[in-house]
Design a protein around this ligand. Structure first.
Ligand code: ADP
Length: 264
């Protein structure tokens, strides 16, 4: 699609000219269609748990009114659906905050070891409940200029994915390595590697995983409580830190996600 503007002009020597200006609107249109898709996706994602909750309420008001067992079960399921909506709204708010943030690089000195250790302390009990062991191999100190809360979010999303799509019982390996010279970053960097032994991802899906709401297996993601926004958030945060993310996977064997951040 083009927008054309026509301006008649006359030359100094009496000749007459026409100035044609073409404006390529394909990017504007692509932006509008992406926004429309996004709103449609969000509406659908919110409607699914709402419909389920409405269904449970109807059943509790009607056929299951006097059934104590059903009441306990349905209330549990309603709590689960409400938690899903809560996570979705939380992730949407995170994304919108990230998109509205200035492109300025974070300037706080953060020790990745401290952040990783602290995040593992929070996540390890949950992983153990799922039968997943997390083993880590970390140096003594790893300084980066970062927004600490955002690094916690990156780690949380990636470790939760490794648990959700990993083997149960299974094992997650978390490694932090110094890279003397990272070509894209053009300098020394820290590389955080999270490896799981789970379902893996077929190669054709990998380039699309950071799109909002893109899932390889929607049923599995939903069943695990996924919002489909985790990796989109991770990508935003990594970009803001001038880092890079790489996802490698062997279907049926497991997935490795590496995050490389410039060393401070
Ligand atoms: P979700 O909430 O669905 O997990 P994400 O944005 O975190 O959303 O991930 C997008 C999709 O990428 C997931 O639905 C899943 O199909 C796939 N995925 C992410 N991490 C892994 C992993 N460690 N192993 C296998 N598949 C993964």
């Amino acid at each position: 699609p083009f927008e054309v503007r026509v301006t008649p002009m006359s030359g100094g020597d009496g000749t007459r000219h026409v100035l044609l200006v073409f404006r390529d609107l394909s990017e504007v249109h692509a932006g509008e269609s992406m926004r429309r898709d996004f709103v449609a996706n969000v509406s659908h994602e919110l409607k699914t748990p709402l419909t389920a909750i409405s269904g449970f309420i109807e059943t509790l008001q009607g056929p299951a009114r006097d059934d104590a067992d059903a009441r306990t079960r349905f209330l549990g399921m309603m709590a689960q659906e409400a938690a899903r909506m809560n996570r979705l709204v939380g992730d949407l708010l995170s994304l919108s905050r990230l998109e509205g943030q200035s492109r300025k690089r974070p300037t706080d000195m953060v020790d990745l070891i401290e952040v990783v250790t602290e995040t593992l302390r929070t996540l390890q009990p949950g992983a153990e409940v799922e039968g997943v062991e997390i083993v880590s191999d970390l140096p003594d100190r790893a300084g980066v200029l970062a927004d600490r809360d955002q690094i916690v979010q990156v780690l949380t999303n990636l470790i939760e994915n490794a648990v959700k799509y990993g083997h149960q019982p299974g094992r997650i390996a978390l490694t932090l390595k110094h890279v003397a010279r990272e070509p894209v970053i053009r300098g020394p960097a820290w590389r955080l590697i999270i490896r799981d032994d789970g379902v893996g991802i077929a190669p054709e899906h990998i380039p699309r995983l950071t799109e909002r709401f893109y899932r390889v297996d929607t049923g599995r993601s939903r069943a695990q409580g996924g919002t489909g926004l985790g990796l989109a958030i991770v990508k935003h945060i990594v970009n803001r830190h001038r880092g890079r993310m790489r996802i490698e996977s062997v279907p049926g064997q497991g997935t490795t996600v590496s995050i490389t951040l410039p060393a401070a």
